[in-house]
Design a protein around this ligand. Sequence first.
Ligand code: ZN
Ligand code: ZN
Length: 255
Amino acid sequence: MLVAPPTRRVWLDLILPPLCAFCGDEVDGVELCRRCQRILVDAWPPLAVACRRCGLPRPLPLEDTAHPPEHCGECADRQFDFDSVAVLAVYQGAVREAVVATKRAGTVALAAALASRLAERISTEQAFVAPDLVTFVPSHLLRRLTRGGASGSERIAAGVARRLGVPVAGLLRTTRWVGKQSLLPDERRRENVRGAFAVKSGYADKRSAELRDRRVLLVDDVLTTGATASEVARVLKQAGAESVHLAVVARAVRH
Ligand SMILES: [Zn+2]
Ligand SMILES: [Zn+2]
């Protein structure tokens, strides 16, 4: 009697049983165990209202406020090159853990789950205008090599694009090594990223049909001061983009 040889997948599972991308428990074919899916993705409530200009949470508008201000008090004196921000949640607790986990190689399911929630969020925003193109903040080659493959943001951007039914493109490249923004005081962050990104040569021509008059959705995992996203938006607009809207999984809030 002939017995079919086990498939490669079965062999791999025997040697390396599939583990939950987050807690490391054994799972049955999926990348997130049911408990982690619930804790990390389904349970945390989305931010009720965020400032459309800087993404910070703001109090719910009063019933009688017919015309709520365009921006919150925190960003009144700040300039960003992106046109609007959509935020899913505050960067804390399980949200923070989920975002950090997407940076590890092989956490495809987690990035996809976050992406689908983010896509759902932005497509239900009142002022939502469907983008023509989705992109992400590029990471330096060296960082990509040390971390292995696509960045968390890139995977989330791909998931958002799939959900929205628009193409995703890696429009940008880094022009130099960028020191970690998180290690710098706020006032140094802008200069740290200034000139650090460029549109890839295929898109760089101002007449490039890819970017000219296009509405670009820039997807990132965390928004802190907005310095990086603003610089990326500036570069995209210089290359012809009509508008750049930012969508982030989480907004860091200082206390
Ligand atoms: Zn788990
Ligand atoms: Zn604001």
